[in-house]
Design a protein around this ligand. Structure first.
Ligand SMILES: NC(=O)c1ccc[n+]([C@@H]2O[C@H](COP(=O)([O-])OP(=O)(O)OC[C@H]3O[C@@H](n4cnc5c(N)ncnc54)[C@H](OP(=O)(O)O)[C@@H]3O)[C@@H](O)[C@H]2O)c1
Length: 226
């Protein structure tokens, strides 16, 4: 399962994992982008299905899980990648925007993780990968509510890993620096020399290809040209 797979980092992850032979279940809100991603990944000969839904709505998360289970007997991995950002100083950003960021970036990942975990635990195998951010480790002016949502996601990641020790279910946090995507463009922060979505997707392949007994906890990925 990959959330936010319509474009950007999520789409790059879908393509790289399809190349490795993974069957995929994808979620985002924009159907035209999901159709494009599914068509592209199917060229690698894998199965791909999508659900149009909003990760911040519990009923949509339930539907995504149900849809996935109708297509696949088991869920081997979940990449909680869907996310969004508003940029602005605390005194200027609206409460609605702060709440939206928490709902999408933190609660979305939380809802879906809680949905898939019981079955992973029953099987004694599975992998939860959370797309955090370097802004889940530090705080920068203008990004404070986004940082809050990503710090919360880091805590979820670290807490889950600790609580799931010994169960066979792995938990990984991915911490990229700036990546060339629509998210960064939407807040006017694109600049030369930053990461490409494929750079981050490569890390997901690495993490998922580890032997059964190896858990990669956290991966930080930084641009080397800036
Ligand atoms: N770009 C960066 O510099 C950077 C750095 C570190 C971490 N990240 C994280 O990487 C992840 C992917 O971001 P990106 O940079 O690839 O951005 P992006 O190009 O804007 O892609 C975001 C994806 O998430 C989906 N999404 C957004 N809100 C959603 C919602 N409420 N429900 C379901 N899907 C939703 C989008 O589709 P719809 O809009 O169609 O729903 C899209 O497919 C995010 O968690 C972001 O915080 C990004």
């Amino acid at each position: 399962m990959i959330t936010g797979a319509g474009r950007g980092i999520g789409k790059a992850i879908a393509l790289k994992l399809a190349k490795e032979g993974a069957n995929l279940s994808l979620l985002a809100r924009t159907e035209s982008e999901l159709i494009e991603t599914s068509n592209e990944v199917k060229k690698f000969g894998v199965k791909a299905y999508y659900t149009v839904g909003d990760i911040s709505k519990q009923e949509d998360v339930d539907r995504f899980y149900k849809d996935t289970m109708t297509h696949f007997p088991n869920i081997d991995f979940l990449v909680n990648n869907a996310g969004m950002a508003y940029y602005g100083e605390l005194m200027r950003i609206s409460l609605e925007k702060v709440v939206e960021m928490m709902n999408v970036n933190f609660f979305g990942a939380y809802y879906l993780t809680m949905k898939v975990l019981p079955r992973m635990l029953a099987r004694g195998t599975g992998h939860i990968i959370n797309m955090v951010s370097m802004l889940g480790m530090v705080v920068e002016p203008g990004w404070v509510p986004y940082c809050a949502s990503k710090h919360a996601l880091r805590v979820l990641t670290e807490g889950l890993r600790a609580e799931l020790r010994g169960t066979g279910v792995k938990v990984t946090g991915i911490y990229p620096g700036a990546v060339r995507t629509k998210l960064l463009e939407s807040v006017g922060r694109l600049r030369p020399g930053i990461l490409e979505p494929e750079d981050v997707a490569e890390a997901i392949v690495f993490v998922l290809k580890q032997p059964y007994g190896v858990e990669v906890g956290d991966v930080t990925i930084l641009p080397k040209r800036t």
